[in-house]
Design a protein around this ligand. Structure first.
Ligand code: ZN
Length: 328
């Protein structure tokens, strides 16, 4: 066991019909010139798309391998899989309108360990950007009618977003990212997505992507949940207790959201910041700037996991990070 080792991840890049070129242009990921890379999976143990360790004693091991061979790195947690996944999404076009199942539906219908609760931290977006979040149907009947009649404008709620916004998306919530938005998504380790509507788009061969209307109707909550503002102030004292009084000049830790599935933090470093690592593990993604973590250089686009019992984290430089963990 090497608990003083930071697990730097080699991301997995995904081409998407709605993808743009900012993951290579702004985040420096090594991709072909003309490819439309929509997603960078920075931390993932989803089978078939696992990130692996880029350097150090665990170099080349996938996150799933570490999970099965060295569970102490993750505080001995007993989930079936590493529980979280972190992505950066560059939407040059609109993503399909979709909904995700909860854990019990995922187990019962799909035979998978996790449903998908996810959350978005808006990294950057056009001035007029918006997202689809929730719907206007008052009853299940009305929902089914609006879907079968294709009354998407009546059904879907669209809300404006700006950079720095945070949105929690519970299972059963209709949602979609729209064009011109870059987000960091923290989610349960799952790729269960049910597509409700895809703007009748066709690929270059004239084929539409598959829809999953029945499974959508099984899962969509009626009436819809309204987006909630994260309650950052009440969490501040807890964070100080857990991670130390990090506030130092321009540097701070902010809890963005906590739920059964994850706790997500925003971390800013302007100079230096020392933190405790009291969690089973801490996922960290650099979303802006550059600097060092415990004297190892880091910059925008890096994703890494600080393991259990690592000791103090020392950050220096000018950095913006999004971090996540699960509670014991
Ligand atoms: Zn989603």
């Amino acid at each position: 066991m090497e608990k003083n080792t930071i697990l730097f991840m080699r991301p997995v890049l995904k081409e998407k019909i709605w993808g743009g070129n900012r993951l290579s242009r702004d985040f420096g990921y090594d991709v072909g010139e003309d490819s439309r890379i929509g997603e960078c999976w920075g931390i993932s143990a989803v089978p078939g798309s696992e990130t692996c360790v880029a350097e150090g004693p665990f170099e080349g091991k996938t996150l799933a391998q570490l999970w099965s061979e060295d569970r102490e790195l993750f505080g001995g947690l007993n989930y079936e899989q590493f529980p979280l996944m972190v992505k950066i999404i560059d939407a040059a076009g609109d993503l399909s309108i979709q909904v995700h199942p909860d854990d019990s539906y995922a187990r019962r219908v799909e035979g998978k360990p996790f449903g998908k609760t996810e959350c978005w931290y808006i990294l950057d977006c056009d001035r007029t950007a918006s997202i689809i979040y929730g719907h206007n149907a008052r009853t299940e009947e009305e929902l089914k009618t609006m879907i079968s009649e294709g009354r998407w404008d009546d059904l879907l709620c669209e809300i404006p977003v700006k950079s720095g916004d945070f949105l929690q998306i519970n299972p059963g919530t209709i949602h979609a990212i729209k064009a011109g938005t870059m987000i960091l998504e923290t989610q349960q380790s799952s790729d269960l997505t049910y597509r409700l509507y895809d703007y009748d788009r066709v690929d270059k061969d004239g084929n539409k992507r598959e829809l999953h209307i029945d499974k959508c109707i099984d899962n969509i909550r009626v009436p819809a949940e309204r987006p909630r503002k994260p309650s950052t102030l009440s969490a501040a004292a807890d964070i100080r207790n857990l991670m130390g009084d990090g506030r130092l000049g321009e540097s701070f830790v902010l809890e963005l959201f906590a739920c059964r599935c994850y706790t997500v933090f925003e971390i800013r470093v302007g100079g230096s910041l020392r933190l405790k690592q009291p969690f089973p593990f801490l996922n960290m993604s650099v979303v802006d700037g550059f600097g060092e973590i415990n004297e190892h250089p880091i910059s925008k686009g890096d994703h890494f996991i600080v393991p259990c019992d690592f000791g103090n984290i020392s950050l220096t430089g000018n950095l913006k990070l999004v971090a996540s963990t699960v509670m014991y």
